[in-house]
Design a protein. Structure first.
Length: 210
């Protein structure tokens, strides 16, 4: 049963400071008749400590944490890069792979160094995103994945907060993620797919006016 709040959803906080993530998520949510806000829009500077053992735990924890601060429906996310040749690493710990919160440059160098002797055919990987929308009472999950390969080097400048996107070439494309247009990302992005699942749930339950 839908809550009164989610039926009247007209604002949504996307709980991220990451401009790259926010851009993609906001673009996918633009079909809904709601105001999309980021943590920066609200001046929220508190950080959520991701201590969950799954993407779902981190995403839902983040959504609930920022809901309490903003007092509005909140979309939390967790995502990671899983590289087959590295037994799924960095995975859930993609941002904290070195044992601390690495910089974009550190993370990219670490990835390429670990794969320096791995041939192209064995550099397969996938991006995973889990989104959690918390309305104060109920929580809704959406998950998206995209498969591809890791290139031998960065093929473009790094997008702030999205270092692996400079070396991840999704299947069916001759460009890495960061080189894709926003329109191209709508169709292939793991985040876009996760947002689509959230939108379907809200629409099916009358949660938004389109």
């Amino acid at each position: 049963m839908m809550t009164k709040e989610i039926r009247k959803l007209n604002k949504l906080l996307v709980a991220t400071h990451n401009p790259g993530k926010f851009k993609i998520i906001k673009d996918k949510l633009s079909s809904l008749n709601i105001e999309i806000l980021s943590l920066d829009d609200l001046g929220i500077k508190e950080d959520f400590e991701e201590t969950g053992q799954t993407y779902q735990e981190n995403a839902s924890g983040k959504a609930k944490f920022y809901y309490k601060l903003a007092q509005m429906p909140t979309l939390g996310d967790d995502s990671g890069l899983s590289v087959d040749a590295l037994d799924g690493a960095p995975g859930l710990y993609s941002r904290f792979w070195p044992g601390y919160k690495g910089t974009d440059e550190e993370l990219l160098k670490m990835l390429l160094d670990k794969l320096k002797d791995v041939p192209d055919a064995q550099r397969t990987a996938k991006f995973v995103t889990v989104l959690a929308l918390f309305d104060g009472q109920q929580i809704y999950f959406g998950q998206g994945e995209v498969k591809g390969v890791i290139t031998q080097e960065a093929l473009c400048d790094l997008e702030p907060g999205l270092p692996y996107s400079a070396v991840f070439r999704p299947d069916g494309y001759d460009k890495v993620f960061s080189q894709l247009t926003l329109e191209e990302k709508r169709g292939v992005s793991h985040r876009a797919k996760a947002v689509d699942e959230i939108i379907k749930q809200l629409s099916a339950r009358g949660g938004v006016n389109k």
